[in-house]
Design a binder for this molecule. Structure first.
Ligand code: HEM
Length: 160
């Protein structure tokens, strides 16, 4: 049984569908302890990728965006899943719609960042293969949760 109390039934359903339980959350928190040391480097790569894909002109301030991105992931992996967290992801989904970014691009961005996180976990968790796999699976689930909330907000179907 989960200890987290969801006021939003839609979010509770997403946890159930993604099979995110206490042990997944524990694994994700462990993963974050490793990822957080590499997140700046991952975000640098991501900004470079955006540049290569031709999105540089849409970015008002790359330094500011990197800070916002860092806070975004730190907020997810704090695993509070609070209304503040959900609201922040909703805002980011809406922000992408406002800059005219397609949902497909957002999905590609999530895949890129999660893939980089997986590479870090693959490299850093060397002593315990079972834990390495568990951690990667947990990061993947939380990434899908976050992406789903952002995309639903983009489509304005996530109800208050
Ligand atoms: C190729 C994929 C993506 C592109 C091209 C893109 C592009 C952008 C652009 C142009 C902005 C506005 C920047 C500005 O105003 O200076 C933005 C904001 C933002 N993006 Fe993305 N983005 C992508 C994927 C993602 C992903 C996967 C995340 C998930 C963490 C994310 C999180 C954010 C956040 C948190 C903001 C700030 C929103 C705010 O101002 O509150 N983006 N993005």
């Amino acid at each position: 049984m989960m200890n987290i109390h969801f006021t939003n039934p839609d979010i509770a359903r997403r946890f159930s569908y993604l099979e995110i339980d206490e042990s997944v959350i524990e694994d994700a928190k462990y993963g974050w302890l490793i990822i957080r040391n590499e997140l700046n480097a991952i975000l640098e790569k991501f900004l470079h990728k955006m540049d290569v894909l031709g999105f540089a002109d849409q970015i008002a301030d790359a330094h500011e965006l990197k800070l916002k991105l860092y806070r975004h992931w730190a907020n997810l992996f704090s695993c509070s899943f609070s209304n503040d967290y959900i609201e922040q992801v909703r805002r980011s989904g809406i922000a992408h719609r406002e800059v005219g970014l397609e949902p497909a691009h957002l999905t590609i961005g999530y895949a890129f960042i999660i893939d980089e996180m997986i590479k870090v976990l693959e490299k850093k968790i060397t002593d315990d293969p079972a834990r390495r796999v568990r951690t990667i699976r947990a990061i993947n689930k939380l990434g899908a949760l976050d992406a789903g909330i952002a995309l639903s907000s983009y489509n304005a179907v996530l109800l208050d």
